[in-house]
Design a protein around this ligand. Structure first.
Ligand code: PMP
Length: 418
């Protein structure tokens, strides 16, 4: 497929129509991280999508994209992955949401505890927020303490404690959050000391992946200190792998650092797009985990569990993190070279499997927006301020196709004063 053979309409008739209808029946037209309007994203960004296949996605106007967002992470093995879809179809044929869980639940828990180094047990829910919230609640139940520590700005979900927006949230909802600075051992230690005896958990992501700013690898010393300090203060270490799960290391993101958390939250890539999250934990927290009341009408549905079993099995068999790392390195190397040659230096920050674009001298994101827009019009779906995601479907051919298109995008931008 060459660049010229793809149509990318400047006019988005269907998208515009559906947006207009949405504005009448959906608050704000759209909400949360799926809002794509002129304030949040470049003008060419589609709001509504029709379908996906492998690394490709199509918007409602029929424009095809090589998708570097992967549904904001859930797509790990390609859209409509045949193995995952076969497991889904087989389970759907016999039952999904039943009066009780199916054996798939136990099979999936067995698979996760066999795969994730520190996991002695697993519980399932729907969203990442469910899993991070359950983790905090279990740590509180285990310790009888109230507070939990999180890195400033870090996102762990959209419930009353975590949601980044103030609207509708009370001071009381936030009263038990204590913040530290990511990668700053002294700030973590100070927070623990100040609230000594009342910290139930430290929740932390495997690396710093806040929006808008350069992503930052974890300092191994910080990870080790978090483990040591949590233990010393009797608090649980809760690793939030909702975004990173199964892209960095299938056995746990900090495994290579020799750091094992007490609890880990997963969602997104866990079932290649099917709705499920998991909280896994160590034996020491098993009793507390069985004491708390966490549940939901759809938390036991069998189809997402069948999808999860197929996804994790396939991710382990393929060594998905290594495959995606190779793809990510190819993309990063190619894109950064193009940007340099165009006189618009760019860094793909963070792990190559889930990079965030930072252009030099671009505090107002003008370059990031202009480049993303030009890439979208050429069939490459990027993001100007959130980390992107690659998948095992991003083969070398797919990445090279994307790079041919991004070269064309840089050529367009070369004439502009950004
Ligand atoms: N933690 C992290 C690190 C996340 O990135 C997200 C979602 N972006 C969440 C938690 C919440 O997950 P969900 O949106 O599925 O509730």
């Amino acid at each position: 497929m060459t660049v010229a053979s793809e149509r990318h309409t400047e006019l988005r008739h269907q998208d515009a129509d559906i947006r207009a209808r949405a504005s009448r029946v959906i608050p704000g037209g759209m909400y949360g991280h799926m809002l794509a309007n002129e304030h949040t994203l470049p003008p060419s960004y589609p709001q509504f999508y029709d379908r996906g296949e492998g690394a490709l996605t199509w918007d409602v106007d029929g424009n095809r994209y090589i998708d570097f967002m992967c549904a904001f992470g859930p797509m790990l093995l390609g859209y409509r992955n045949p193995r995952v879809d076969a497991a889904v179809a087989a389970q759907l044929a016999i039952g999904d949401t039943l009066t009780g869980p199916s054996p798939r639940m136990v099979e999936f828990a067995e698979l996760l505890t066999a795969t994730i180094a520190h996991a002695d047990w697993a519980m399932f829910a729907k969203n990442g927020t469910d899993a991070t919230s359950a983790g905090v609640r279990i740590a509180r139940a285990a310790t009888g303490r109230s507070k939990f520590l999180k890195a400033a700005v870090a996102y762990h979900g959209a419930n009353d404690w975590f949601t980044p927006r103030a609207a509708g949230v009370t001071a009381e909802d936030r009263a038990n959050i204590v913040e530290f600075e990511y990668n700053d051992v002294a700030s973590l230690e100070a927070a623990l000391t100040e609230h000594a005896g009342d910290v139930a958990a430290i929740i932390v992501t495997p690396f710093r992946h806040d929006s808008f700013v350069a992503q930052e690898a974890v300092d191994p010393e910080f990870a080790r200190a978090a483990r040591r300090l949590a233990t010393a203060h009797g608090a649980a270490l809760l690793l939030d792998e909702v975004r990173t799960g199964f892209r960095l290391d299938v056995s746990g993101a900090w495994e290579s650092l020799g750091v094992r958390p007490d609890l880990t939250a997963f969602s997104k890539a866990l079932a290649n797009g099917h709705p499920i999250s998991a909280l896994v934990g160590v034996d020491a927290l098993r009793a507390a985990a069985s004491e708390v009341y966490v549940t939901g009408s759809f938390w036991y549905s069998a189809v997402p569990m069948a999808a999860g079993i197929a996804t994790v099995t396939e991710a382990v068999a393929q060594d998905a993190p290594r495959v995606i790392r190779d793809a990510g390195l190819r993309f990063k190397t190619g894109l950064e070279a193009q940007a340099r040659a165009a006189g618009m230096p760019l860094e793909l920050t963070g792990p190559v499997q889930m990079p965030l674009m930072i252009f030099a001298d671009d505090v107002h994101k003008k370059r990031a927006f202009a480049f993303t827009d030009a890439a979208i019009r050429r069939g490459v779906l990027l993001h100007p301020w959130h980390n992107m995601f690659l998948s095992t479907a991003h083969t070398p051919e797919v990445v090279d196709d994307a790079l041919a298109r991004t070269q064309d995008a840089f050529d367009e931008l070369a004439s502009l004063d950004l």
